[in-house]
Design a protein around this ligand. Structure first.
Ligand SMILES: NC(=O)c1ccc[n+]([C@@H]2O[C@H](COP(=O)([O-])OP(=O)(O)OC[C@H]3O[C@@H](n4cnc5c(N)ncnc54)[C@H](OP(=O)(O)O)[C@@H]3O)[C@@H](O)[C@H]2O)c1
Length: 332
């Protein structure tokens, strides 16, 4: 199969390209080539999607499958469709669980209401200033893909993606933290969590292209109680869990999910449903998820490659954690 992967130089799109090459497909990656190298065996077509006529070299090219991971640009999505919709035989768009309007109710699946679409071109900086923009652009982008080639389109909405290449520092915080040993602060909350390993997501996307799977799916793994997941991860290491209730964490200036001085995978109550979607439709459509140990090993190998002592985008520093443990001991 001849496959075009937009990107291919980092994380999700790179994992898709690598898996497609591994299965013997002829893979072209369309990117600037500034974020990294494409996988061995794939061909880099240098394009800048922000440049005028960026896709001129692709018009008329024939690909059995196209995979687009455009993070937050309706323009990129519609330009790609304009250039390739006439010849593409299957099209995967990587959307996000952030399209859903209701972030509280657990057990949702495609068909549940989504946010209002916004046909905008945004950047990660824009998302910091306007957190709703990401989901809204994803909805507009999904709609554009469905409108252009509904019966050829696979729309995947991942939740938290983890594994080799994850630049968000969220899931990987926990194996990295437990590998350090000692007493580890964990949130003492009733909350569900789910994740998808990037290698499983990539494998499913390639299989979807091979088997012409179409429709809209939440690309999510099994639902866990957060405390069970953290205990299961910790069981492979010599660490002791120190559960701290949310009010004490907030009192100590610790936030949920992502950012400095946070505990990743802990969600604010108003977003407690975003990591509790129904994994069954995607499973029935072929998504297979590896055992937790394997996901943890992949995340930890990536963490070690980045350096366990690096400044992080999510988590507590050892000094912050020691401070919180001392404060909790003083005011149990
Ligand atoms: N991380 C999560 O937990 C999570 C959760 C839900 C959904 N998602 C979705 O998963 C996808 C992640 O995709 P990804 O990992 O491949 O990363 P990405 O951040 O969406 O895309 C990065 C790719 O785009 C290329 N690129 C960036 N600017 C470009 C430009 N101006 N022209 C051409 N190419 C350009 C980059 O290559 P060069 O820089 O080399 O050009 C790189 O290969 C996104 O759709 C995201 O919304 C992520």
């Amino acid at each position: 199969m001849r496959m075009l992967v937009f990107g291919g130089t980092i994380f999700v799109s790179k994992a898709v390209a690598a898996e497609a090459v591994r299965r013997g497909h002829d893979v072209v990656c369309a990117a600037r080539g500034t974020s990294g190298a494409v996988p061995d065996g794939a061909t880099l077509l240098r394009i800048d999607r922000d440049a005028p006529d960026a896709l001129a070299d692709l018009v008329g090219e024939r690909f059995e499958a196209v995979v687009d991971t455009s993070i937050m640009s309706y323009t990129w999505v519609t330009d790609a469709l304009a250039a390739l919709r006439a010849t593409a035989e299957h099209w995967t768009f990587v959307s996000s669980i952030s399209v859903y309007a209701d972030e509280i109710t657990p057990g949702q699946r495609p068909g549940a209401p989504v946010v209002e679409p916004r046909a905008a071109h945004g950047t990660l900086t824009d998302r910091d200033a306007d957190p709703g923009l990401y989901g809204a652009v994803k909805v507009a982008s999904e709609n554009a893909v469905r409108d252009a080639l509904d019966d050829l389109a696979l729309i995947v909405r991942p939740g938290l993606i983890t594994g080799p290449g994850d630049g968000s520092d969220r899931f990987g915080y926990w194996p990295a933290r437990f590998a350090r040993g000692g007493r580890a602060v964990v949130p003492d909350v009733e909350q569900e969590i789910q994740y998808i390993d990037v290698r499983d997501l990539a494998s499913w996307i390639v299989t979807g292209a091979e088997q012409r799977v179409t429709g809209t799916f939440d690309a999510v793994g099994p639902r866990w109680q957060l405390r069970d997941l953290l205990a299961a991860i910790a069981s492979g290491f010599d660490a002791e869990l120190a559960p701290v209730p949310p009010d004490q964490l907030v009192g100590a200036g610790v936030g949920p999910w992502v950012g400095p001085r946070t505990l990743p995978l802990w969600l604010p109550p108003e977003a407690a449903g975003i990591a509790a979607h129904d994994p069954e439709p995607a499973r029935q459509a072929g998504l297979r998820t590896r055992p937790l140990d394997d996901a943890v090993a992949g995340a930890l190998a990536h963490e070690r490659a980045l350096g366990l002592d690096r400044p992080r985008r999510a988590g507590l520093t050892p000094a912050e954690e020691a401070e919180i443990l001392a404060a909790v001991a003083e005011n149990p």
